[in-house]
Ligand binder design. Structure first.
Ligand code: PHE
Length: 451
């Protein structure tokens, strides 16, 4: 059921570029800039990068097109979308799972997003510009994330910024913000890359990053790469479905998908080209883990000319990327209440964001006063992250692929994709991937979490 009046009253993307930038804004986030480099570092470098690219093309790309297609066909939120295609069936639960995943992910995403905002401020005030060693920077980071009030204030600030943008709705808020923020991000990254590549000793980092060494690759490596592709492309929770629901019919879905996937992958690869040359030039270890960006980079910045300026730029960039992902997470939850519960945008944004923030408080405190409160050796933060990222996303992605491939049917999907005589040259490949390869591959990732 497509209602054109309904579609216009919900708001639409203004331009094709606006949509592609907004979807890329959702995809590019802490996943690319904070998580990707440390996972590459821990999993042996070049070989992992190669597997990640393969997963992105063979699994991420088809699922993203599937989500865009369902979204534009129904112009609804994830719950309404599955309802309108197969009402009264269990498939509607995929939609509820998506809204729930958005709720959970944003609750802890705002914590890390808050850290990035704090580091922008700390870079400005020269608080993080005097470290003599990565160890010192790591200790500083550790004491910062255990400071209750500081963490909560920045977490609230991060939520507040997302609220401010999502309140303005589709064209005024999300699209306009991304149109300015995304290109800025690319320019800053390219500048940083040149800076990193010209450091003495940088080439060892380039080699680690680009030269595949398959001796370190096991089944687990492939599973981690696949999971990262999911998280990084914002798939499996109806996020891209929701963004697709604001797309006018004249757009070519297949080519928009290719642009977004290339953009997201390019950014991750570019970040690697900044971080690894820098890390190796400093004589540091690439296996540092989640603290890599926060504790190692400030040390790197100290040692280079205009280091403080570079650190301000870098953390601003990280915060910008986190915000454009945060607004997409919030929009999934908000769109559900606007469409299904008939709430006004304002009411939906204010109420859901308050609840999400409140639920996120124990996550924010998981590195401080609640760090010893552990169930199965995991903090509250770990549990929410693990449940949403490792269970809800893969399950949602696999079910979406099965739904499009077998239930709604690739024929109906292809009709929507090829509307207005849009070109879709890789139609048969997509059909094969979405019916067979994608569900089976994601099923394997999911099994690996259980066994
Ligand atoms: N893709 C985002 C990132 O890389 C995270 C995200 C996941 C956003 C799921 C929306 C939905 O940080």
């Amino acid at each position: 059921m497509v209602r054109s009046n309904h579609k216009n009253s919900r708001g639409l993307w203004n331009t094709r570029l606006g949509f592609i930038l907004a979807a890329s804004g959702s995809a590019v986030g802490l996943g690319n800039i904070w998580k990707f480099p440390y996972i590459v570092g821990q999993n042996g470098g070049g070989a992992f990068v190669l597997i990640y690219i393969l997963c992105t093309i063979a699994i991420g790309l088809p699922i993203m097109l599937a989500e865009f297609t369902i979204g534009r066909k129904t112009s609804l939120n994830p719950v309404g979308a599955f309802q309108s295609l197969k009402s009264g069936t269990h498939w509607v639960k995929i939609g509820y799972m998506g809204v729930l995943a958005g709720f959970f992910i944003l609750s802890f995403y705002a914590v890390v997003g808050g850290w990035t905002l704090a580091y922008v401020v700390k870079a400005f005030t020269h608080t993080i510009s005097n470290f003599s060693s990565p160890k010192e920077a790591g200790q500083f980071f550790g004491s910062f994330i255990s400071n209750t009030w500081e963490v909560l204030v920045y977490q609230a600030l991060f939520m507040g910024i997302c609220v401010g943008i999502v309140l303005r709705g589709i064209q005024g808020g999300i699209e306009r913000a991304c149109k300015i923020l995304m290109p800025t991000l690319v320019i800053i990254l390219i500048l940083l890359m040149f800076r990193a590549l010209t450091l003495p000793g940088a080439m060892a980092g380039v080699e680690f990053y680009l030269k595949p060494d398959f001796s370190k690759v096991g089944p687990q490596t492939i599973l981690i790469a696949l999971g990262q592709a999911f998280f990084s492309l914002s798939l499996g929770m109806g996020c891209m479905l929701t963004y697709g629901s604001y797309l006018p019919e004249r757009e070519n879905l297949a080519s928009a998908t290719v642009y977004v996937v290339i953009f997201d992958t390019m950014i991750a690869l570019l970040v690697g080209m900044v971080i690894f040359p820098a890390v190796f030039a400093m004589g540091l270890q690439p296996t540092e883990g989640p603290s890599l960006v926060f504790s190692v980079l400030p040390t790197v910045f100290v040692s280079i000319p205009f280091g403080n300026l570079v650190s301000i730029i870098f953390f601003a960039l990280l915060a910008i990327a986190a915000i454009t992902s945060g607004i997409s997470l919030l929009e999934v939850v908000v769109a559900y209440f606007i469409d299904q519960r008939k709430w006004s945008r304002k009411k939906a944004v204010l109420i859901t964001s308050t609840i999400i923030f409140s639920f996120g408080v124990p996550s924010g405190l998981s590195f401080g006063v609640l760090s010893d409160v552990k169930v199965f050796d995991m903090t509250f933060f770990d549990h929410v992250d693990n449940f949403a990222s490792n269970y809800l996303l893969p399950l949602g992605g696999m079910l979406t692929a099965i739904f499009v491939g077998w239930i709604w049917g690739t024929k109906s999907a292809e009709e929507e994709i090829e509307k207005n005589e849009a070109k879709f040259r890789w139609r048969n490949t997509w059909g094969f991937l979405i019916r067979y390869i994608t569900p089976i591959a994601v099923f394997l990732v999911f099994c690996a979490k259980f066994f």
